[in-house]
Ligand binder design. Structure first.
Ligand code: F6R
Length: 239
């Protein structure tokens, strides 16, 4: 596990974008796993800037997002498909048909998403944020380590944290479809970003804790190629 320490989320975005750009330069048709949430926004801003400065083309890149709220239409501004279009895809030369976000509407056979990833060749680099409770994707505490893409019940704490994106907490969906922990572990490389004091406990479990489903992120200790970018606040509980 390689740990990169940065000052803040702005710097994390620069470092993470650099790693993603190197991956695309080495393999212009690479397969990226992407995340939503507040954390990767600066990363996406740096990727857009690199595209605008003609330092990269995304025309052959394929992407698979981690998760989507169950029941939300892709045109709903709170959906993760909408987020990805708005924060990244609409601003670069990626082919929209090469971008995949699990459907929040057709969730009957979620493991089909794993088959799609496998058919495409597997994820070369998976970008992750980190839940305050240690979730990665929407794999909440208690999720089996061998899980594939599945429908999940969101933890009340996740609903509370994500309520900031909705007009009221009652509007936050209570379920989502998420890549499983095994899906994530199947990626060839993992790049996780965590910034802010509220991520410090989860980071301590991820890096030094016992490997346990109670802290889903702890499974990453068993992945052979993980890069973690943290700021001082997120690293404040490390020994
Ligand atoms: C998002 C995702 C989640 C978030 C996590 C952190 O696609 O799967 O695991 O990465 O909830 O969210 P933020 O970045 O908003 O703190």
């Amino acid at each position: 596990m390689k740990i990169i320490k940065v000052k803040n989320n702005q710097e994390a975005g620069i470092q993470a974008a650099q790693i993603i750009l190197e991956k695309i330069h080495a393999n212009p048709g690479c397969i990226l796993g992407l995340a939503t949430g507040s954390t990767p926004i600066t990363t996406y801003q740096n990727l857009i800037q690199a595209y605008e400065h003609k330092q990269v083309s995304f025309k052959d890149v394929i992407t698979f997002n981690l998760d989507e709220y169950k029941g939300l239409n892709p045109t709903n501004p709170q959906s993760y498909r909408f987020f990805m279009n708005n924060e990244l895809f609409d601003h670069i030369d990626i082919k929209i048909e090469n971008t995949h976000v699990p459907s929040g509407l057709h969730t009957q056979n979620p493991a089909l998403y794993d088959q799609k990833i496998h058919k495409a060749g597997g994820i070369d680099l998976q970008l992750l944020g980190l839940g305050v409770n240690g979730h990665i994707g929407f794999n909440e505490p208690g999720t089996a380590f061998d899980s594939l893409t599945h429908v999940v019940d969101l933890d009340p704490s996740t609903i509370a944290v994500n309520a900031r994106f909705f007009d009221s907490i009652d509007l936050v969906p209570t379920q989502a479809i998420s890549m499983g922990l095994k899906t994530i572990m199947n990626a060839k490389q993992i790049l996780l970003i965590a910034t802010g004091t509220n991520k410090a406990e989860a980071i301590a479990h991820l890096i030094n804790g016992e490997i346990t489903p109670n802290w889903p992120c702890s499974i990453l200790q068993q992945h052979p190629n993980v890069v973690i970018i943290i700021d001082e606040a997120a690293g404040s509980m490390l020994k």
